[in-house]
Design a protein around this ligand. Structure first.
Ligand code: 9MR
Length: 499
């Protein structure tokens, strides 16, 4: 991450609780939580019961008992970065710290996220290397730990700052070539370091019969929107990458370093953004969470706790959001200690739980698909003003056609001045191979963003049609697309036509 905020499947050999084993083997199972059952008293137990992991970034000199007691996933904070372990020819060196962390995770029944293979920062001896050398390093690193690593961050922080929606322009992205000049790197003649690194990583995983899942990780991609309701172009660019390279990418990390940078705020559409990535079929993780205490107008403690609660809830409400990792144990030992963004105070193995800890534990104990916390305060001056509580419309606005064709229903999350809609297209008693949905927006409503569908029109009567990967729907099954807009969008009546 650069300086500005910042200024500032064979199942793995690791023995795990049932819920987490199901995650590792690829079948994400949501466990319903019996409200009468006793609440769990550690983050890892509460998370496992809800069917996700709760992890921590760790270093070899901070492997205190709390690591294994509270967390069931571990990300090396710095010990697997290329500047630590890569030689200039793509070999490995100095893997002792990483080995210590992997061993510690294994003996404490924790999943490991490898972090990270291809990154413009902390590249060390790989700085300026060719794709061939990167590929050598990718193979060596993945093979060293094999399936002991549940998730690898293959590509980290590939997109520019400041919500441009563009790739970075420094190495390794200098290797990118846009052959036909159409502004993307997805065409047959293009060169794309992201694609090529994932292809290599996938080859290594498949050749070794590994269960390791391959992730792309970035920051400022958390919300559908950024400060002021502007669409999050960086998130949209990440979405396009995942959609285009879905065959190689298994998981997406939203880092979750929430702060007062206008692009790094906690938005009311965080859950909708997690959902649209999940709808591509990938697992989503909140991979490096810390939340600046000042986001809560300096009400140190309670406001931050509510922000944590909101972020955890957004993940819990999306089945394929399968893990949350906090970026360190305690404030004083964090990369951004002055912002007090973590769940514990104290240090050197002696830690005290903050209000944020208790909020996270409580929210995890509620399990999946609970309602959002009703008393969430505004999260500082940078968020969309939630002057009215989100309204969820009753889903079926069009009676399903029980025999042929398709039907469409819409569910709507609204706030003053904006909305996000999820449209479900359901096939009738026969399979369909394409669909279109028409609906009429009320006067004053304008579409600003659409995913998983093509669109014509932005106001009045608008038409959506399937994209390449979601036109075919089996009888009785459904697919979903979404859109975001400004204004109000009550009373939408989608009409579905199958082709
Ligand atoms: O927390 C890490 C810190 O100790 C390092 O000095 C820093 C160097 O860039 O990297 C920090 O971790 C970063 C992570 O690897 C990628 N996302 C942003 C994290 C915070 O900067």
């Amino acid at each position: 991450m650069n300086g500005s905020l910042r200024q500032r499947k064979k199942v793995t050999r690791i023995a795990l609780p049932t819920a987490v084993l199901l995650l590792v083997s690829g079948a994400v199972t949501v466990q319903s939580i019996d409200p009468a059952a006793a609440a769990e008293t550690t983050l890892r137990a509460a998370a496992a019961k809800a069917g996700l992991f709760f992890g921590v970034a760790a270093s070899p000199n901070r492997l205190y008992p709390i690591v294994g007691q509270e967390f069931n996933q571990l990300t090396p904070e710095n010990d697997m970065k290329p500047d630590r372990i890569a030689t200039s020819s793509g070999g490995l060196q100095n893997t002792g710290g990483a080995d210590t962390l992997v061993n510690h995770a294994q003996s404490n029944n924790m999943l490991v996220r490898g972090h990270t293979l291809v990154w413009h920062s902390q590249a060390g001896a790989l700085q300026g290397a060719s794709q061939a050398t990167l590929n050598t390093f990718i193979g060596n690193a993945i093979n060293r730990w094999g399936s002991r690593i549940a998730y690898w961050d293959v590509v980290n922080e590939a997109l520019e700052d400041n919500n441009t929606g563009r790739r970075r322009t420094q190495w390794p992205h200098t290797m990118n070539r846009d052959a036909n000049g159409d502004g993307d790197f997805f065409d047959a003649g293009d060169t794309d370091v992201i694609r090529d690194s994932f292809i290599r990583a996938k080859q290594v995983v498949q050749a070794g019969g590994l269960t390791t899942k391959l992730c792309i990780n970035d920051y400022d991609v958390e919300g559908l929107t950024v400060q002021g309701g502007t669409q999050n172009r960086k998130a949209n660019a990440l979405y396009d990458i995942v959609r285009n390279y879905r065959q190689y990418i298994d998981c997406v990390g939203f880092q979750g370093h929430f702060n007062d940078n206008p692009n790094s705020i906690i938005t009311n559409d965080l859950q909708a953004n997690i959902q649209r990535f999940a709808d591509l079929g990938v697992e989503v993780h909140l991979s490096e969470v810390d939340i600046d205490d000042d986001l809560s107008n300096n009400d140190i403690g309670a406001g931050q706790a509510e922000n944590y609660r909101k972020v955890v809830r957004a993940c819990l409400n999306v089945t394929k959001c399968t893990g949350i990792t906090v970026w360190g144990i305690s404030d004083s030992e964090s990369w951004r200690s002055s912002e007090r963004g973590l769940l514990f105070t104290g240090g050197n193995g002696s830690y005290q739980k903050k209000a944020a800890y208790h909020a996270v534990l409580d929210e995890l104990n509620k399990g999946r698909n609970s309602t959002p916390p009703p008393t969430t305060p505004p999260v500082g001056p940078t968020t969309l003003p939630p002057t009215t509580p989100p309204v969820t419309s009753a889903p079926p606005t069009t009676p399903p056609n029980p025999t042929t064709g398709c039907s469409a229903t819409v569910s709507l999350n609204s706030w003053t001045g904006g909305f996000v809609a999820t449209v479900r297209v359901t096939a009738g008693t026969s399979p369909i191979n394409g669909w279109s949905v028409q609906l009429t927006l009320p006067p004053g409503a304008t579409l600003t963003n659409v995913w998983s569908a093509n669109r014509s029109g932005t106001s009045g009567t608008v038409q959506f049609s399937n994209v390449s990967y979601n036109g075919s729907v089996n009888a009785g099954q459904y697919t979903e697309f979404g859109f975001q807009g400004t204004g109000a969008a009550t009373g939408l009546t989608p009409v579905c036509t199958a082709s």
